[in-house]
Design a protein around this ligand. Structure first.
Ligand code: NAP
Length: 246
């Protein structure tokens, strides 16, 4: 896709989401509007610092489990992007309770599913009119609107040999199906749907044992995103551009 004019990122308080904000500010044509959303803007100190020195960054409250916060964020986004719509929705927010079979409870399953599947679904549903608007206002040969969902290699049924993360793995597998559904729905409307594995990364979720720095992962993800096209097939792709089996 073309360098996006406007981008909305969920879970931008820390980890990969915060780094996406920082690296979007450094691309050759940075977005005019960068909506960095998080559950608790007041406690997202580092994000607030970034926003202070970059007028293109708007910090908005958005808890993917609370529809009212999605609706409020939607109003704020519309007031800025207007007729040109939203070019990129990056569904990054996620949780991983890393529950073993012994630990897992129905509440954990529901909570993780709610954030990792319902979150991207209802955030996408809310912002879809703006994504469609951006796709319509771009040239037909260069559709410039996308939803990118941050999935995980841990979603892959084919690759899994482990017995961990009973809450997380199935939630990301369900997210993959959601990506495919949205792709089928939107492929002829100029909106690309991406499904990205960022690698195993040194965030709170990935821990310090992870091999990749946050910067390496996000740098790779941005390169992969720059090559996305609405008509491309929907595949689980890692941060180097390598396709992974579902
Ligand atoms: P992280 O450091 O734990 O950060 C998670 C982010 O999600 C935080 O900003 C958190 O906000 C936010 N979040 C959680 N629940 C939310 C909700 N209900 N509404 C809005 N935001 C919410 O994790 P990360 O490693 O950056 O993960 C980002 C994405 O990459 C996730 O989807 C994850 O599954 C995926 N991923 C990560 C790795 C890895 O190795 N790190 C590998 C594969 C995939 P608060 O600050 O408010 O808690």
């Amino acid at each position: 896709m073309l360098p996006p004019r406007s981008v909305l990122i969920t879970g931008a308080s820390r980890g990969l989401g915060l780094e996406f904000v920082k690296q979007f500010l450094q691309v050759p044509s940075p977005p005019e509007f960068l909506f960095a959303t998080c559950r608790n803007p007041d406690s997202a100190k580092e994000l607030q610092e970034v926003a202070k020195s970059n007028p293109s960054v708007t910090v908005l409250k958005l808890d993917v489990n609370e529809i009212n916060t999605i609706e409020e964020a939607k109003k704020a986004v519309e007031s800025k992007v207007g007729d040109k719509g939203l070019n990129l929705l990056l569904n990054n927010a996620g949780v991983n309770k890393k529950a073993s079979l012994e630990e897992v409870t129905p509440a954990m399953m529901l909570d993780t599913y709610n954030t990792n599947v319902n979150g991207p679904l209802f955030t996408t549903k809310a912002f879809l009119p703006f994504l469609l608007r951006a796709a319509e206002s771009s040239s037909p040969s260069e559709p410039s609107s996308a939803v990118v969902n941050i999935s995980s290699i841990m979603s892959s049924i084919e690759l899994n040999e482990k017995t961990d993360a009973y809450d997380y793995r199935p939630s990301k597998t369900a997210l993959n199906m959601l990506c495919k559904l949205l792709h089928n729905e939107l492929k002829d409307k100029g909106v690309h749907v991406g499904c990205l594995h960022p690698g195993w990364v040194q965030t709170d979720m990935g821990t310090t044992k992870a091999p990749l720095t946050i910067s390496q992962s996000v740098c790779g993800c941005l390169q992969v995103m720059s090559k996305m096209k609405a008509e491309n097939a929907c595949v689980l792709t890692d941060y180097t551009g390598k396709p992974l089996p579902w």
